[in-house]
Design a protein around this ligand. Sequence first.
Ligand SMILES: [Zn+2]
Ligand SMILES: [Zn+2]
Length: 264
Amino acid sequence: MESLKFCPLFSGSNGNSIFVSYGNTRILIDCGCSFKKIKETLHTIGEDICKLDAVFLTHSHTDHTSALPMILKNLDVKVCGSKGTLIELYPKICDYTDKIFQIGQNQSVGVLDLQVESFPVPHDACQTLGYNISNANRSISILTDVGFLAENLYSDVKGKDLVFLESNHDLNALENCSYPLHLKQRIRGDGGHLSNENAGKFATHLVNGGTKKIILGHLSGEANTTELAYETVKDVLKTNSITANRDVMLSVSERGALGETVLL
Ligand SMILES: [Zn+2]
Ligand SMILES: [Zn+2]
């Protein structure tokens, strides 16, 4: 039987794009790198950018949308985002309205062999979304750019086989890094990003709900490291009697690098 394929092409505050495919369906969640880089990286994992069916946008920030004008210009794809995202991106997308589709909160959209469902995420871009992607047997959640663990996330992201979860910063490293004060306040604020500690807390919820694989991502450049994210989340899981790589497969998508391909 064919597998659901998942691969973070890029992740981190410098660029985000995730590839998911099943059967005849190939989609991207976000496109925050150059068109050339996305094309080359897809080629590396044996995929052709021209065969993409759709691009789903979580929000308008540049690290999630920078390739959008080139994608709209060069590819025959659907681009889906919230009303707020599409309004914020309007100057970049207004010549391609035939390819643009609005998706509401908690709306489910079929794209050939895949089902994509949105849910609201608290972040400082208008109507930020996370996505659940599934076929008949398997399900994936993508949850990044999370200001805080809002109540709805506990029900919207539950019981998925694989979750790509933001683990953006270590609170001490953020406090002591060279970022200006206003940026530090934004990152740790309710419209900012999820700390390693809170990623651990949410990972505990996920494992208790049956999730078997968690990939940590969207790491900060100055206020985190791959090891720090992994160890912090592993330690929080341990305090909740969950052993990483026994009860759940835990890994980190390295900042700026091609992530692992997972077949479900
Ligand atoms: Zn981001
Ligand atoms: Zn953002």
